[in-house]
Design a protein around this ligand. Structure first.
Ligand code: NAD
Ligand code: MG
Length: 391
């Protein structure tokens, strides 16, 4: 029996992780130590009952009575609050899925790394906000880090231990506005931005895909995961999302990993690593696919990629600033307080104002820089003209 914990079980990756557990043997192969969620306690309670979890935690203390009521008589322990989420990560599960969205996932994921778990990392923000700090915790705890982001899982799968990569080529779908003009993009609503053409994901990452901030975060994620220099990291738009990413070597050869756009593939890989367990994933039919397309991303319409490159070159605390400003701008956009194109403008201004912020040396430094950036980004959002009536 392998003991597992899912941080963020009620989200898109969390739900797919429970499905992947079923694929690979369900309750006969896995014992669920803890599940954590936030506002959707009805789903959290249902999941905990179904998989026989020992502990269910909601990050929101106000929802504890509701969680307790939903789990009464089940024997599942309950707890609430951010500290309880960290404690859930500290419990002795060998394998931990880190699938909380945003910088909120950092402290619990660090906890799992410090005690030496196998950490399946979907929460890319851990590496974006605190790459060196997070990797030091992994090394200190002798933890095993397995990327779950499809691009990074692909790279991890085709890395050749005998040769250093020359280039890391991240593929990007280009999101729903890949071919839109700037004028049309300016009027995009949150409801439209959330609809991704290829992948089914949480609302925030879907909007990040539409701005390509998701790829920006993934560039920084790749920098730390694979210890790549900024100029080794490339992004290519590949609308079909079949090639999940590629690695180029010094002899000119490029290795790619392909599959249908379904996160359960990368999750099942993280569960079976270092082996490959059979799964019912859809098989690629190349004759039906017939073609794969590629084109360079447009820097005018997708400034996020340029901002990620600037953050990589600046180093220090720039990744933390980029992420916190992006999360603040994203929330303002989702609440209809700023426009779609304003998000990158806010991030760019925050990066300029906080240029030279040092790399956070401890978790408290991350929180301090994150809070300082959010306060500044909130002001920058307020300064932007109110969103005009949209088509
Ligand atoms: P989601 O919004 O669907 O789910 C997020 C989960 O985090 C939920 O369980 C929610 O309850 C929990 N959560 C939210 N705020 C929290 C807080 N403050 N404290 C504790 N828990 C909180 O997100 P998702 O799409 O599943 O993405 C999760 C992570 O995985 C993100 O970092 C995302 O970038 C990454 N990721 C997602 C996908 C995908 O296909 N969805 C692909 C690659 C990477
Ligand atoms: Mg990805």
């Amino acid at each position: 029996m392998r003991r597992v914990t899912i941080l963020g079980s009620t989200g898109s990756i969390g739900r797919s992780t429970l499905e992947a557990l079923d694929w690979l043997g369900g309750r006969e192969a896995f014992a669920v130590e803890a599940l954590t969620g936030a506002s959707n306690v009805a789903l959290l309670a249902e999941q905990a009952r179904r998989c026989g979890a020992r502990l269910a935690v909601t990050a929101d203390p106000a929802r504890l009575p509701e969680l307790r009521a939903a789990l009464s008589g089940s024997g599942v322990e309950t707890a609430a609050g951010p500290q309880a989420v960290i404690e859930a990560a500290a419990r002795p599960a060998e394998w931990v899925m880190a699938a909380i969205v945003g910088a909120a996932g950092l402290a619990p994921t660090l906890e799992a790394a410090r005690r030496g778990a196998v950490v399946a990392l979907a929460n890319k923000e851990c590496l974006v906000c605190a790459g060196p700090l997070f990797l030091a915790a992994v090394a200190e705890g002798a933890a095993t880090l397995i990327p779950v982001d499809s691009e990074h899982s692909a790279i991890f799968q085709v890395l050749d231990a005998r040769a250093a990569p020359e280039r890391i080529i991240l593929t990007a779908s280009g999101g729903p506005f890949r071919d839109w003009t700037l004028e049309r993009m300016a009027a995009v609503t949150p409801a439209r931005a959330v609809q991704h053409p290829n992948w089914s994901m949480g609302a925030k990452i879907s909007i990040d895909s539409a701005t390509m901030f998701n790829k920006a975060l993934e560039m920084i994620e790749a920098r730390w995961l694979f210890r790549a220099e900024p100029d080794q990291i490339e992004v290519i738009v590949h609308p079909q999302s079949i090639i999940h990413s590629m690695v180029g070597y010094a002899d000119g050869a490029v290795l790619a990993q392909l599959g249908p756009p379904d996160m359960r593939g990368a999750i099942a890989y993280a569960l079976s690593w270092p082996g490959r367990a059979p799964t019912p994933m859809e098989r690629l039919d190349f004759a039906a696919l017939s073609r794969l397309d590629f084109h360079a991303p447009d820097p005018e319409r997708f400034p996020a990629l340029r901002l990620a490159r600037a953050a990589l070159e600046r180093g220090g605390g720039a990744g933390c600033v980029l992420n916190a400003a992006k999360e603040t701008a994203l929330e303002a956009f989702m609440a209809d307080r700023i426009g779609f194109l304003d998000m990158a403008r806010v991030v760019e201004a925050a990066l300029e104002r906080l240029d030279g912020a040092p790399a956070p040396a401890a978790l408290d430094d991350v929180f301090a820089l994150d809070a300082e950036t959010r306060a500044m980004a909130a002001e920058l959002c307020a300064e932007r003209a109110p969103v005009a009536a949209r088509a």
